[in-house]
Design a protein around this ligand. Structure first.
Ligand SMILES: [Zn+2]
Length: 228
């Protein structure tokens, strides 16, 4: 791989070395420059998602997304959020499908490189815990797998694997997409972790690392820069 032999290429502005160990832009470590990432905090507004112990999934998803956004920007990414507050995306009175399509439309209009949807899980079995990654049926698992691997390593959450799924935002996106279930709100101790600021930061940090891994190993745009 290119890690040991980074060719340290300059771009038009100089100082652009796209490699994990020496990816420097303007004197700072910017491994995600110049990517564009759509972050989709699942649910919101009239769609709270799972609700357990007075915790709304929509709020957890949004809190982690805000933290992740800051980290990604620090590392050089342009980040577009499908929502930044507790709101629906489609006008009131629209269908749930319209709300989901509005999330896909954000990616479609932005020429983004990847789409990452953040969720928290729920099950009637309150003992279930752990994180899982989903990728579109018939599509690539690389993005979901990179993020899932990083989450499991860094947070030590139970590894519930990476699976294909027919979720609307996965099936209808034209760019590499992943939906991440960060943990189970239906499990009391995992729910308390999911609303904890420190744990949310840990989750955001691990998802960020997973996204970096994805671009380094799988995305053709950055690979071609690194390998040239
Ligand atoms: Zn959800």
């Amino acid at each position: 791989m290119h890690f040991d032999t980074c060719s340290q290429q300059n771009d038009d502005f100089g100082n652009y070395f796209h490699c994990y160990n020496c990816c420097i832009y303007g004197g700072e470590f910017k491994p995600l420059w110049p990517t564009t990432i759509v972050l989709d905090p699942g649910h919101g507004g009239i769609y709270p998602g799972a609700v357990h112990y007075n915790i709304r999934e929509a709020d957890v998803n949004l809190a982690v997304a805000h933290k992740l956004r800051e980290k990604l920007i620090m590392l050089g990414a342009q980040v577009i959020m499908t929502r930044t507050g507790d709101n629906n995306l489609a006008p009131l009175g629209s269908s749930l499908t319209a709300d989901l399509q509005a999330r896909v439309d954000v990616a479609r209009k932005s020429s983004a490189d990847i789409f990452v949807s953040l969720h928290a899980d729920s099950n009637s079995d309150i003992h279930m815990t752990g994180a899982a990654g989903y990728y579109p049926t018939g599509g690539s698992s690389n993005l979901a797998r990179a993020i899932q691997t990083a989450i499991v390593i860094q947070t030590e959450a139970k590894d519930n694997g990476v699976h294909s799924a027919n979720f609307y935002v996965l099936l209808h996106n034209k760019i590499p997409s992943a939906l991440i279930e960060m943990g189970f709100l239906s499990n009391r101790s995992e729910a308390s972790r999911l609303i904890d600021d420190t744990y949310q930061n840990l989750l955001a940090d691990s998802i960020c690392k997973g996204i970096i891994s994805y671009f380094l190993f799988f995305a053709t745009t950055t690979e071609s820069i690194c390998d040239s």
